[in-house]
Design a protein around this ligand. Structure first.
Ligand code: AMP
Length: 213
C-alpha cells in the first residue's frame, strides 16, 4: 500500500500516519523529520535545508527528490509506505512519478486532510516536540505527563522555530500557493479522498480508515 498524506502543516498528518503504520505495517516517511534529523546532525544537507526551514520556506525540490530517491531504496519500503509532507510541489509530484515508474510502483491513495487555517494557528502555536525522538505533544489537547519532558524517552521538549506564530502564517501561505495545487494534480489521477481533519483524533482516524477499506 503506497499512500500520500496531503494537508497544511499542523493538520495532523504525522498523528494519523502513525495509525496507518500500525495498521499496514509500512513505514511513515516524513521529509520534515528527515530534514530535522539532518539539521540536528549538521550534515551538509541539513546545513543547506536549515535556512529555508527556519524561514517557513520550502527546501529546494532537487534536494528533496535526491533525499527521497535514496530513502526509497531502503529495505523497509518494499511493501509500501506512507508519504507525509512529500510531495509538496508539482515538480516534486512529477519527480515522484518518475521515481515510481523506475521502481515499477504506483500510488494507491492520496488522503487530503482539511482543517481551517485559524484552527491550525491555534494547534501549532501550542505544539511542542521532543529534541531526542521527535514525538509531538500539544499543550491544549495532548500534553506530556510532566511539563517539558517527553513521556517516551524523557528528552527535553522544545517549540520548533517554525511553530512560532509568524512562521506558521508563512508556512500556511506557502501551503496554499505551492502545495494545494497538488490536490488537482491527484484528483485528475482519480486518487484523492478528502477527509475533514477537524475534531477528535480518533474521529479523524475513523474517517480515514473508512475510505481506505
Ligand atoms: P514539516 O515537518 O513537514 O511541516 O516540514 C517542516 C519544514 O521542512 C517545512 O516547512 C519545509 O521547510 C521543510 N520540508 C519538509 N518537507 C518538505 C518538502 N517535501 N519539500 C520542501 N520542503 C520540505
Amino acid at each position: 500500500m503506497n499512500i500520500i498524506l496531503i494537508g497544511p502543516p499542523g493538520v495532523g498528518k504525522g498523528t494519523q500516519a502513525k495509525f496507518l503504520v500500525e495498521a499496514y505495517n509500512i513505514p511513515q516517511i516524513s521529509t520534515g523529520d528527515m530534514l530535522r534529523a539532518n539539521v540536528r546532525e549538521s550534515t551538509p544537507l541539513g546545513n543547506e535545508a536549515k535556512q529555508f526551514m527556519n524561514a517557513g520556506q520550502l527546501v529546494p525540490d532537487s534536494v528533496i527528490l535526491g533525499m527521497m530517491e535514496s530513502r526509497f531504496n531502503d529495505s523497509d519500503c518494499k511493501s509500501g509506505y506512507i508519504l507525509d509532507g512529500f510531495p509538496r510541489t508539482i515538480p516534486q509530484a512529477e519527480g515522484l512519478d518518475n521515481l515510481l515508474n523506475n521502481m515499477g510502483q504506483q500510488i494507491d491513495s492520496v488522503i487530503v486532510l482539511d482543517v481551517n487555517h485559524e484552527e491550525i494557528v491555534k494547534r501549532l502555536s501550542s505544539r511542542w516536540s521532543c529534541k531526542e525522538c521527535d514525538t509531538v505533544y500539544n499543550l491544549l489537547f495532548d500534553p506530556p505527563t510532566s511539563e517539558g519532558i517527553c513521556d517516551k524517552c524523557e528528552g527535553a521538549l522544545y517549540q520548533r522555530d517554525d511553530d512560532k506564530t509568524k512562521t506558521i502564517r508563512q508556512r500556511l501561505e506557502v501551503y496554499s500557493r505551492q502545495t494545494s495545487p497538488l490536490i488537482d494534480f491527484y484528483i485528475q489521477k482519480g486518487l484523492v479522498e478528502t477527509i475533514d481533519g477537524a475534531g477528535k483524533i480518533d474521529d479523524v482516524k475513523e474517517r480515514i480508515f473508512s475510505v481506505l477499506s
